[in-house]
Every structure is written in C-alpha cells, then in structure tokens.
Design a protein around this ligand. Structure first.
Ligand SMILES: [Zn+2]
Length: 202
C-alpha cells in the first residue's frame, strides 16, 4: 500500500537526482487543480497530490515518472507566476491563461523527454489521463451550443485535453491521433496541432 511517506521519499530522491537544491515536502490537497503538482519557493519544493492519484495508479515507478515530470516544471519555469494579456474580456483572459499553461506544460514535457526519452510507465499513466467520454462530449456540445462568438470559452473548455496530449506528440506516439480517430474527432486533432505548433512555430 502506497503512502504519503513513499511519495516523500521518491520526491526527495528525484530532487537530488535532478540537482534541484530544495527541501522536499508533501501535502495532500483537498481541492487540487491536478492529481499531482509541484510548487516551490527559494528553499522549499512542495509536492501536492490528491487522492485521485491513487485511482490513476498505485505503481510507485509510474508515480515516480509523474513526479519527475512535475519537477521538470521547476527546472523549466523561472516562477509559478503566469503573465497573460491584460484585457477586460474574461473569455480572452481565461483562454490566454490556458495557453500559457499549455506552453509551460510543453516545455516541461520537452525537458522530461530530453532527460527520460524512454519512459513507458509515464506513457501508460498519460494514457489513463485521457478521458474520451467527458472530453469528446464536451467538445461536441461546445461547438453546437457555443457558436463562434464563444470561441475562447470553447478553447478553455477543451484546453485540458490539449494539455494532457502534448507528451504523445513529443515522443511520436499515436495515442492521441488514434483517440481522435476512434471518437471521429479529427477536427479536434487539427485544432490541437494548430494551437500547439502552428501558432507558435514549434
Ligand atoms: Zn506538467
């Protein structure tokens, strides 16, 4: 049975391995934004997790690679502060925030891939994070109900799935492509590539 102490031990080892010179702490969040995340200040790195983490996996090696990815956020982003476009349009503001988040995820994933090109357990965990039922349904409803004037609201709605799909692209894995094809949502895939790559020339 995996415990918080196991998470702490792994987190500590990973920080050392990746040469992040901070004290490790672990905290269970009751209202987490994600199942696993890392925040930090000058001296301390804090691993946040939710009970949902153990619904995704109870495999310590798999969790280890998820933590490694989160530590790559510390390595690639200078701070947790998100700088976005100043606007009174709440839709545009939310979409900008999501885009910045997606970009930060992209650079963290890229760093993770650079350090751990072959990470099959991480790949398996990422696959479990794609939840076709909810996302594809949201996607379909989004287009029919919102209309083009609510485009930003729609982007915010689906951006979480873009976020969880970046890794597949970076390691040339076709999970996301197959997933879109099976759901007859190739348009979603095109949007994904446009948002992530064409728009930024990555
Ligand atoms: Zn991440």
């Amino acid at each position: 049975m995996l415990t918080e102490k196991d998470l702490f031990n792994e987190f500590k080892k990973i920080l050392k391995l990746l040469e992040v010179n901070k004290t490790a702490s672990v905290v269970k969040d009751s209202k987490p934004r994600s199942v696993l995340s890392v925040t930090w200040n000058e001296s301390q790195a804090l691993l946040h997790y939710s009970s949902k983490l153990f619904e995704i996996t109870r495999d310590l090696l798999q969790i280890k690679s998820l933590i490694e990815h989160e530590v790559c956020h510390i390595i690639t982003a200078p701070s947790t502060q998100v700088v976005v476009l100043e606007t009174s349009d709440i839709g545009l503001f939310s979409a900008s925030t999501e885009f910045v988040d997606i970009f930060r995820e992209y650079i963290a994933e890229k760093e993770f891939v650079r350090r751990r090109r072959i990470a099959p357990l991480y790949l398996e965990a990422k696959k479990k994070m794609l939840s076709p039922d909810t996302v594809i349904n949201q996607y379909r409803k989004g287009f029919t109900a919102l209309g083009t004037e609510k485009f930003f609201a729609f982007l915010v709605m689906v951006s979480r799935i873009f976020y969880d799909s970046i890794y597949f692209h970076l390691v040339d894995n076709d999970t996301f492509v197959q997933w879109c094809a099976a759901a007859k949502a190739e348009g979603f895939l095109k949007l994904f590539y446009f948002v992530l790559f064409c728009d930024r020339g990555l």
